[in-house]
Ligand binder design. Structure first.
Ligand code: 5AD
Ligand code: SF4
Length: 457
């Protein structure tokens, strides 16, 4: 009988995709996936550090699962493993703090999963791989093992070289590497053949695709990746090739970085119908002083110039962003500049985070001068402003016909289905379950705070 594994995923799309990769890796070594943690021989937690106290949550989740298993007298042979950013950042400390954890797998170790499990099977008490290499290979998986339905993720870059002072990513995901363009295009084509309607190109900073190769002395587009064997290109060029060659109806990408986002990307988006009308371009703050302390590498004005280039597009592109409130030293004046910038941009959606220190990062050594109370106050104020802006932004869709990828039956009403528009808004409309997986033309009839409502047209 084959052994069973249970995998729980926290965090971003990158993590969801890493879980697909781990699933692929484990299936190749005779493991079968189960959705019941109480029935599993191996319980893996794929962790995220964007939220605070991530490591602590790992220990409490393990205790909870252990308790449930004990109640069912299934305390026997389950192995607990941790992967993702917490595994990378905490490494051996996880073993020290919890004797239940026997497997720690860093962000570049997914391909090593079978060997790590083999070590445990051979009787080693613990197995760990948290090695980070600046030219680690990308782990390739087949189109037919995707766990996400209708939308498929494609990794184009991993890691980050920007070292923003608040962010742990360069430490947990290592130096930025770009996946060879041919591999990406091959994967996109095979996903299209499998029937996927939409892909999301993934990377911490997709716009710098190909640039890390250039840092090592090779030119984009003229041969030579980081390894000098395959062609690398710029992000705009990659996007254009995917639009032309993949056969996919809808292509989205995330995340962009204001420093590397350029007008050529907008030109390419404007030129191809299958490039969707959405740009996620995090500003983090509207104050130059704070942006400098964050080491973002651009000013508010430069950011607004990029936004203006997006607004000048022929297509109506929707813009979303991230803001951190309460960064160390952020004054009322700094925060007011963030408010005015958010109003000036007019985001279609905004993710607001209260600053909290992350281990290893330079900002963790700054004095966290903004009290929790003030952070909450600023969060609420910005949230309220965004609510008003969003209402206005959403109302421009009223009466418009939008293309929806139907992803499932609505959680709120079984007579409605739910999906995303090309501009990445959630939309519900009355429809039957057989629409799921298809593209539908829907007329927007109503706007809600965070979604649209419509009817088939
Ligand atoms: N504190 C608060 N928010 C953070 N983010 C990243 N690091 C931190 C931190 N230390 C936010 C940023 C980033 C998003 C994914 O998470 O806004 O864009
Ligand atoms: Fe890289 Fe900065 Fe984004 Fe973190 S916030 S992943 S350091 S660009």
């Amino acid at each position: 009988m084959s052994k069973k594994f249970y995998l729980e995923t926290y965090g971003c799309q990158m993590n969801v995709h890493d879980s697909e990769k781990a699933n692929f890796s484990l299936s190749g070594s005779g493991y079968e996936q189960t959705s019941d943690p109480l029935d599993a021989d191996l319980i893996l937690l794929n962790t995220c550090m964007v939220r605070e106290k991530a490591a602590r949550k790992v220990y409490s989740r393990i205790a909870e699962l252990k308790h449930q298993r004990r109640e069912l007298k299934r305390d026997s042979a389950a192995v607990f493993g941790v992967m993702g950013c917490v595994a990378q950042a905490e490494a051996e400390r996880l073993f020290e703090r919890s004797s239940d954890i026997r497997l720690v797998m860093g962000t570049q170790a997914i391909s090593k999963l079978p060997q790590l499990i083999e070590q445990l099977d051979q009787g080693f008490p613990r197995a760990i791989d948290v090695h980070l290499s600046k030219d680690a290979d990308f782990y390739e998986i087949n189109a037919d093992v995707r766990q996400t339905t209708h939308i498929a993720y494609i990794t184009i870059t991993e890691g980050c070289n920007k070292f923003c002072s608040f962010c742990i990513v360069p430490y947990t995901r290592g130096r930025e590497r770009s996946r060879p363009a041919e591999k990406i295009i091959q994967e996109a084509k095979s996903l299209a053949l499998q029937g996927f309607k939409e892909v999301h190109l993934l990377g911490q900073n997709v716009n710098s695709y190909g640039l890390s190769g250039r840092y090592r002395g090779s030119l984009p587009g003229v041969g030579g990746t980081a390894r000098g064997t395959e062609e690398l290109t710029t992000f705009a060029h990659l996007l254009e090739r995917l639009a032309v060659e993949s056969g996919l109806p809808r292509i989205k990408y995330t995340t962009s970085h204001p420093r590397d986002f350029d007008e050529e990307i907008v030109r390419v988006m404007d030129s191809h119908d299958n490039l969707c009308e959405w740009v996620h371009l995090p500003a983090q703050s509207g104050s130059d002083r704070v942006l400098r302390a964050m080491r973002r590498g651009y000013t508010r004005r430069e950011y607004i110039e990029k936004i203006d280039s997006i607004k000048r597009a022929r297509k109506d592109l929707s813009i979303t962003g991230d803001i951190i409130v309460g960064f160390p030293g952020e004054t009322d004046d700094d925060f007011n500049q963030t408010l005015s910038m958010v109003a000036e941009v007019g985001y279609d959606g905004l993710y607001i985070f209260k600053y909290s220190p992350r281990p290893h990062t330079p900002a963790a050594a700054y004095i966290d001068s903004v009290t929790e109370e003030v952070k909450t106050e600023r969060f609420m104020k910005l949230n309220e402003l965004q609510h008003r802006i969003q209402k206005d932004r959403y109302s421009r869709y009223l009466g418009r016909k939008v293309e929806v990828l139907v992803e499932g039956v609505s959680a709120r009403s079984s007579s409605d289905v739910v999906g995303h528009t090309r501009c990445n808004k959630v939309i519900n409309f009355p429809g039957a379950v057989d629409l799921v997986g298809n593209l539908a033309a829907v007329k927007v009839t109503e706007i809600k705070p965070n979604s649209l409502y419509g009817s088939l047209s």
